[in-house]
Design a protein around this ligand. Structure first.
Ligand code: CUA
Length: 356
């Protein structure tokens, strides 16, 4: 009686979990709800290979159970010995040939898709004027943030990748310190970012992110890289081509923008004296900064990638970054600022924006 009850409990728990887990597939972060051609192909491959593997598991389990039932001692005479088969040509051929066929069915589409998704030849294509025709973004992963450089446009940003919809966007991926991995679950990936080489691939973004829950797709670091690995998030804003061009122009227009120590604005002056050395406020430039570029900070969706986008969050972060992201490189440097200065700096960086 007790045993039966326990089994029943386990069953209800599994049923509840099924219902609960099936709600996990949010379109801004789920591999199961792809919003781009690459993600769709990866999902198809996933479903295809899982189905074949599940089929094998089912067939083997059924055979196992059949043998179990058929040869139960209870059903047979005490001294019954089933027919003993020692070496059967037919059986051996069957269990050799079937797996070979299944592996071929699995491997051909996998290899074809892998090579297709790794084809980055178009990265080098140029028009008559010698300009690259495809959009390329250089991604640098750092402890624990992301830098996005657009070499052809001469701009750089951090933490929020901005890309146009309905075209292939090519990525050069590298890391500045340890190995990380670049992953936008509902778009595609993941691919390692290494220190010693550059990995390349492309992604396609079919849907404008504006209609999503936070107006962005979520990106993650997918390689255990240190104590704040799980907090190494970034966001992806996808715009139609016109809006993207507008954004690029607005970023380019910030060329030369800086903060002055002599400013009458306490926030700007404090920022210039304490933060500007690592955090640029001009979006025109190349990668390689010590800290995230803050030119478009006011347009972002999160503070430090994980906190709510508010003045409070900035103050919490600036006063004690270590409490939010253990092991990050900003740790400990800003304890000397007064509450008034921190508040003014928060107002100042919140005002940095390139969007209308
Ligand atoms: Cu970077 Cu995990």
């Amino acid at each position: 009686m007790m045993k039966g009850l326990k089994k029943w409990r386990l069953f209800s728990l599994l049923a509840v979990m099924t219902v609960f887990l099936s709600a996990c597939g949010e379109n801004y972060i789920s591999t199961l709800k792809p919003a781009g051609a690459v993600g769709k192909q990866q999902l198809n491959l996933l479903i295809f290979s899982t189905s074949i593997m599940a089929l094998v598991v089912v067939v083997v389990s059924v055979l196992y159970l059949l043998a179990f039932v058929k040869f139960r001692r209870k059903k047979q005479d005490e001294n019954y010995i089933p027919k003993q088969v020692e070496g059967s040509h037919t059986l051996e051929v069957i269990w050799t040939v079937i797996p070979i066929i299944l592996l071929l069915i699995l491997s051909v589409p996998t290899l074809v898709t892998t090579y297709k998704l790794g084809d980055v030849a178009a990265m080098e294509h140029v028009d008559e004027d010698g300009n690259k025709t495809a959009l390329t973004v250089n991604v640098t992963a750092k402890l624990y943030w992301w830098e996005f450089e657009y070499p052809e446009q001469g701009i750089v940003t951090a933490q929020e990748l901005v890309v146009p919809t309905d075209e292939k966007v090519y990525f050069n991926l590298k890391a500045a310190d340890v190995k990380h991995s670049f992953w936008i679950p509902s778009i595609g990936g993941k691919m390692d970012t290494n220190v010693e080489n550059v990995n390349k691939f492309y992604l396609e973004f079919d849907e404008e992110s504006q209609g999503l829950k936070d107006g962005v797709f979520y990106g993650k670091c997918a390689e255990l890289c240190g104590p704040s690995h799980a907090l190494m998030d970034f966001k992806v804003k996808t715009l139609d081509r016109d809006a993207f061009d507008t954004w690029v122009a607005a970023m380019q227009a910030t060329e030369g923008q800086t903060a002055s120590k002599d400013s009458t604005d306490l926030g700007e002056a404090t920022f210039a004296a304490n933060c500007l050395g690592c955090h640029a406020v001009s979006g025109a430039g190349a990668s390689g900064a010590m800290g995230p570029n803050l030119t478009a900070f006011g347009d972002r969706n999160r503070v430090a990638g994980v906190l709510e986008h508010s003045k409070d969050s900035i103050e919490t972060w600036v006063k004690n970054p270590e409490s939010i992201k253990p092991g990050n490189l900003m740790t400990g440097a800003y304890g000397k600022l007064s509450d008034e200065e921190v508040s003014a700096v928060a107002d100042y960086i919140m005002s940095l924006s390139v969007e209308d």
